[in-house]
Structure formats: C-alpha cells, structure tokens
Write a protein that binds this ligand. Structure first.
Ligand code: FE2
Length: 426
C-alpha cells in the first residue's frame, strides 16, 4: 500500500468515527420528541471577575460635620459608601444615602477609594457600609461596563462599620499616639490591643510609620492592614502626622491620597472636646542639599509656608477660644548642640510662634526613646514636651470642667503596662 492510499483509508475511518460520536452525543442529550434544531457552538460560561475588599477601611479627615473613608479593592472598581444613623434600625429598613468616590464631578475608577461623607451632625455616631462595582470594561467614550455590586456585610450577625464625628461642646477628649513604627507591624498590633474597650476619640500616627514610602504595599504591610482590623473595627478614626522618613521614597508624594487632610497640606488643625490640636509637619532632618535626597528636598521652603499658616492659626478666634491646646509634632524642639539641621530650622520657625499661646503639652517622637522635658527645659519652649519611644504608645485623656483643665499622659508599653505618667493642669 502506497502512502497516498494509507492516508485515504485513515481519513475515511477517522471521519466515520467523528460522525458516529456526534450522532451518539445528540441522541443522548436530545429527547426523542424534541424538534431537531441546528447545533450552536456551546458558549463559554460567563465568568465575571469578583471585586473584593483588599485593605481597609480606615477613616480620617474627621470634623464635626464630615469624615472620609478609604479602602482598596483587589481590582479597579467604582465605589461608594452608604451611611445610616446609629438608631437601631435594620440596615435594609430604608434606602441609605450614597456618597460616591468622585473627583471634579466624575466617579473615580481605581483600586484606592476615598469617599468624603458630608452633612453630618457633631458628636454623632454613624454607621457606614463600603460598596463597589468592578470595572469589567473601560473603553472610555465607547463603552464602560461595571460589574456586580459588592458591599461589606450588614446581615447574619455582621455589623456595619461605625465612626463618631468630632464634638467641640463636650468636656473631654481621649486618644492614643504611636510613632516610629518603621513598618514593625507586630509591634503596632501589640500597641493596638484593647482599643475596642478604650473608647477613644481617635488614634494619632505621629510620623515614621514607614522608613520610606516606595509603594502602597509598604504602608499596607507595615501598619495599615492591621490598623483597619483594629482601629477601624473599633469605630475609631486616625489622624496622620508626617515624620521625616515619610518624605522619602518614590511613593512619598502619594501620602495624602491615603490620609487626606482638611488643609490639603501635611499640617492641619482640629478641635475635639475642649482641646485644640495642632498637627505640625517637621520636614526632613538633614539639609535639603544632602546627597541622600538626590536634589528633591525642599523641606525648608515647605516649613516656611507652614510657619505662615501657624501664625494665622494661633491668632484665630477658634484657637484662642479653646480651653486646652495640644501640639502633635514628630521631631523634638531642638537642642542647640545635638539636634540636626532639620530640627534646628523647624524649631527656629515654629517654637517662637507657639510660645505664649497657651500650649499645654507637645507630644513628639523621632528619637526612638522616651524622654520628658518640663517647660523651658528644651528648645526655648514655654510648654512641656513628652517624647514617646518607638515601641510604646501615649494614652492621653484631656478634660475641662468647672473652669479647670487637666491632661493626663500615660506611656504604655506593648503589654499594656503604664511605664510613665504625666499630669498637666490649667
Ligand atoms: Fe524620625
């Protein structure tokens, strides 16, 4: 048999086998009474990608009338937040108002979501739910397809998240401060233990939470994932104050995307209870032309802009009317001999503005070691300074009743033990 003949015989048997199989399949799947229809190719099952919460939420930029919720998703999504009063009603009792993740009149598509919830009442607890739809296709003007909606659970024993707005009329404020975590997530988690029972108004991250910011994952792995599981789960907002290390890294200029402020700058202020809080940015620690900054640092110029803002703040009616004043500052008022350039420059600018304005205490970090300075003991200041270490937290309670003000600062270690205490009165 030549090769042509062998090929023809093989093709004959192969086709016969294929036809037989097709007939057998059709006979097995079609009832005898069913009309014969042309077979269409089987469509692949439609599988929509599922958008899910990646990290979050965390809440910041809280005032008496608004808060901002942030979180990330595993894929690009269009997101919104639904909000309900804390009135005991079931979430599905009524249509809850929606606040969209939007920018200049358009809904934002992406993995980082930032939703500003406005029009709220002071000192009021609100429940909120994260909602999102996956971006299945974004061909711009041609076609945009959003996928199925997904939200954080509110039934079957799952409670929505909650947060309380600030309240300048109450007579107390309590908060924790951590600093210089430098991505030691396990230390951070230890320090956040018991937050659900502490009934705090907020937690402050006072700088150097990361050693630099090269990408989003560094913040997530370093502290933010744990922050959402502890601080946000307890219904507590976060106020971020930048340290010198957050000036570094290719992602450093994205910090305010993750922790927006009321000023749009790294310095800002707010009032909770009887206390006016000043969040002072310190800038870099070395001269701007230091070789390690690669010509990118303009800290001194930024500090000078900040000083102009600070002058206006301390002369404002809101500042003067507050019974108590607490300054949050990552660096420490400068020692004329031992302090580095950045600390010296910042002190020259800020401390003369703060002196004489009724600052009750300044809370600092930066040195990775606890210390305490009475008023006048450090950097020509007329207020006391508590410097927290890199492995403890400050637990602060402020009150103002009967014309008398009191601030208690405990330094608490990772086991929950109070290792130092300071009491200030006014
Ligand atoms: Fe530092």
């Amino acid at each position: 048999m030549n090769s042509k003949l062998i090929f023809s015989v093989a093709l004959f048997f192969a086709l016969g086998h294929f036809v037989g199989l097709t007939k057998a399949s059709a006979q097995a799947s079609v009832p005898a009474s069913a009309p014969v229809q042309a077979e269409a190719p089987a469509a692949a099952p439609f599988k929509e990608p599922s958008v899910r919460l990646a990290v979050g939420p965390w809440v910041t930029r809280v005032t008496e009338n608004e808060f901002t919720v942030l979180w990330t998703t595993n894929m690009d999504a269009a997101a919104w937040v639904e909000v309900a009063p804390d009135d005991g009603t079931h979430w599905y009792k009524e249509d809850r108002p929606k606040f969209y993740d939007s920018y200049i009149g358009r809904r934002r598509l992406g993995k980082l979501h930032s939703v500003r919830v406005t029009g709220l009442k002071p000192g009021t607890k609100y429940r909120y739910r994260l909602m999102q739809q996956a971006v299945l296709e974004n061909s711009g003007r041609t076609r945009v397809i959003l996928g199925e909606g997904w939200g954080t659970p509110v039934i079957s024993g799952k409670e929505p998240y909650s947060v309380r707005t600030l309240d300048s009329s109450k007579d107390s404020a309590s908060f924790w401060v951590v600093n210089d975590i430098h991505e030691r997530d396990s230390v951070f988690r230890n320090l956040m233990k018991g937050i659900d029972k502490a009934k705090l108004d907020f937690v402050v991250f006072n700088g150097d939470m990361t050693t630099q910011i090269e990408n989003e994952g560094q913040m997530m792995d370093g502290y933010l994932r744990s922050a959402s599981k502890t601080i946000s789960a307890a219904g507590v907002p976060i106020f971020y104050n930048r340290g010198n290390h957050e000036n570094r890294g290719v992602y450093a200029d994205r910090l305010l995307d993750y922790f927006p402020t009321t000023t749009g700058e790294c310095w800002y202020a707010f009032r909770e209870g009887p206390v006016y809080f000043l969040m002072l940015d310190c800038g870099e620690d070395k001269p701007d032309d230091d070789i390690r900054y690669y010509g990118l640092s303009v800290s001194q110029e930024y500090r000078e802009q900040e000083a102009e803002w600070l002058k206006k703040i301390v002369s404002s009616q809101e500042y003067k009317a507050a019974p108590l004043h607490v300054v949050i500052y990552h660096m420490v008022p400068a020692d004329p001999k031992t302090s580095w350039y950045g600390e010296q420059q910042a002190s020259k600018l800020f401390m003369p503005i703060l002196n004489g304005t009724g600052v009750d205490v300044m809370l600092c970090g930066h040195y990775h070691k606890y210390s305490f300075f009475k008023a006048g003991e450090r950097g020509d200041t007329d207020f006391p300074v508590v410097v927290n270490s890199n492995s403890d937290k400050l637990s602060v309670r402020c009150s103002y009743t009967g014309g008398k003000g009191k601030i208690d600062v405990d330094v608490v270690d990772q086991s929950g033990k109070v290792i130092h205490s300071h009491h200030f009165t006014r």
